[in-house]
Each structure stands twice: as C-alpha cells, then as structure tokens.
Design a protein around this ligand. Structure first.
Ligand SMILES: CCCCCCCCCCCCCCCCC(=O)SCCNC(=O)CCNC(=O)[C@H](O)C(C)(C)COP(=O)(O)OP(=O)(O)OC[C@H]1O[C@@H](n2cnc3c(N)ncnc32)[C@H](O)[C@@H]1OP(=O)(O)O
Ligand SMILES: O=C(O)CCC(=O)C(=O)O
Length: 238
C-alpha cells in the first residue's frame, strides 16, 4: 500500500514509497513474528490454546507529506472482522523503533473495549484518506486519550473493540511497526449483511476482484479463510 498522497505525487519507486505491507503470511521471515513464543504466551491468555493468525501487517508510516494523510483515524478493529466472539480476538503491535507523539504513536481511548461496535466510514479529511482506513463516525472527542510511547521491541496487546488510531508522523524518518491479529480457532463466522460492517464487506470483495483478480464468486468469509494461518493447536472453525 502507498499513502494516498505519496501515490498521487511524483515519487521515486523505492522502498520509501511503501507505506504498508498487507498480509505477509507467505513471507517466512516476517511471519516468524506471529509464531514467537514471547508473543504467543500472552496471546493465548486471550484466545485459549487454538490460535489463528488472521491478519498481518508491517506498517512503514511515512513522514507526513504535509496533508496529515499519515494519520490513522480512530477505529475499532472488529469493524473489519466477520467472526466472533470479540473477546477471543486480540491484536499484537510491536514497535520496530522508538515511537512517540512526534512520529505518530498509537492513541487509545481507555475503556472503550467494554462498549459495542460502532458505525465506521471514511473520515472527511481534506488531505485525503488511505484506502480502507475507516474511522468511527461518532465518538466522544473529549474522552481522555492515552498516547502509547514505546521503545523498540515493546509490544502492546489490545481488544478489537478498543477505539484507537495513530497520529501524523512529523519527523523525517519512517515509523515502522509489525502487527498481527490473532483469534481463537473456535471463533465462528458471522453474516455481516444488514449490519454496520456491510460497507467494509463491499470494499474487500471489490479489492478481491480488482487487485487479486478473483473471477469466481467469493464471500467475505472466503477472504479470511484464505489468509488465516494456524500458529498453535488445532484449526477448528476459522
Ligand atoms: C483473495 C483475498 C482478497 C483479500 C482482500 C484483502 C483486502 C485487505 C484487507 C484489509 C484487512 C484489514 C484488517 C484490519 C485490522 C485493523 C486495521 O489494520 S485498520 C486499517 C485497515 N486497513 C488497511 O490496513 C488497509 C490498508 N490498505 C491497503 O492495504 C491497500 O490499500 C489495499 C486495500 C490492499 C489496496 O491496495 P492497492 O490497490 O495496491 O492500493 P494502494 O497500494 O493503497 O495504492 C493507492 C493508490 O496508488 C496507486 N498505485 C499503487 N501502486 C502504484 C504505482 N506503482 N504507480 C502509481 N500508482 C500506484 C493505486 O493504484 C492506488 O490508486 P487509485 O487511484 O486509488 O487506484
Ligand atoms: O500503526 C498504526 O499507525 C495504526 C495501526 C492500527 O491502528 C491497527 O493496526 O489497527
């Protein structure tokens, strides 16, 4: 993925133009992250013994090109997931270098994981919004925020209902982090028709057709089944 403003400008096609590696499950070295015992020992506390790595990303947040498009809007990860229960899903996000407010660390609204899934849409940002960066439509902007300043190698684990995002990268360097969403293999798929998740379903299926060249009928469940990998225990439902 390219940041929307980098993609539309005259950039040099090198690694600095890459904003995110989406779905690295086929890369043995990157995927090793999702199997590290130091990560799985905490993940298992949330998922139980049957663990699927359901979604992987290496995020290379670029220096903001002056449009604030390097921000990640406040969102709940569950918006993207067609499986439940939410309590058996957890994100691991590891800083690959020091992250603080200057380079766009994670920002969280504590306690929001106890709430419900909210409606998400593209935020109306003048400088453009990256593809599939949906944000919570309404949240209390006066609610206290916590900025997660982290050292290289620090990992945060968080619930898929936690409202979070990240700020603009105001430095000249790229802010790198690696992340994996894990879920219990005992989770079950849900039909998102008629729910607030219909908009993301539409978009994922369109990307499957346009970017991945899928020509046969495919469901949202299929897109998750194809990408998920068992990392511990037994593959049951997912
Ligand atoms: C069969 C399996 C199908 C699976 C589909 C999977 C879809 C992705 C799933 C996302 C899962 C999310 C799980 C969420 C968990 C919580 C979170 O992480 S919240 C944030 C979630 N959102 C994301 O992480 C999505 C980030 N976006 C992307 O990963 C990609 O944008 C993409 C959606 C995979 C689409 O990729 P792509 O079509 O390649 O588009 P971009 O790279 O973003 O490009 C933007 C723009 O730039 C153009 N472009 C690209 N390369 C070049 C080039 N070499 N030269 C010139 N221009 C280029 C590209 O065409 C786009 O332009 P356009 O005009 O908008 O088309
Ligand atoms: O790394 C970031 O900037 C944001 C990541 C994020 O919000 C997510 O993984 O859900």
């Amino acid at each position: 993925m390219r940041d929307v403003t980098i993609a539309k400008s005259e950039f040099i096609a090198d690694e600095k133009a890459i904003t995110k590696i989406q779905d690295f499950q086929e890369d043995a070295e990157l995927f090793r992250y999702c199997t590290l015992p130091q990560i799985l020992k905490y993940v298992e506390c949330f998922t139980g013994p049957n663990i699927m790595a359901v979604h992987t990303m290496l995020i290379n947040k670029p220096p903001d090109p002056g449009k604030m498009s390097s921000r990640h809007p406040m969102h709940q990860d569950l918006h993207y997931f067609p499986f439940r229960p939410a309590d058996l899903i957890v994100a691991a996000w590891t800083a690959m270098e020091r992250v603080d407010r200057s380079n766009g660390c994670l920002v969280v609204l504590p306690g929001t994981h106890k709430g419900s899934l909210k409606q998400h849409d593209y935020p109306e940002w003048e400088g453009g919004v990256n593809k599939m960066y949906h944000g919570v439509r309404d949240y209390d902007a006066n609610q206290p925020r916590v900025h997660l300043e982290m050292e290289k190698g620090d990992t945060v684990f968080f619930h898929p209902l936690l409202i979070h995002g990240s700020g603009a990268n105001q430095t000249q360097g790229f802010r790198k982090a690696i992340s994996c969403h894990f879920a219990s293999a005992d989770c079950h798929y849900i039909d998102v028709k008629g729910t607030s998740q219909e908009n993301i379903e539409r978009e994922v299926l369109e990307i499957a057709r346009k970017k991945y060249g899928v020509t046969v009928p495919i469901t949202l469940k299929d897109t998750w089944m194809i990408r998920g990998r068992l990392v511990k225990g037994e593959r049951i439902n997912l």
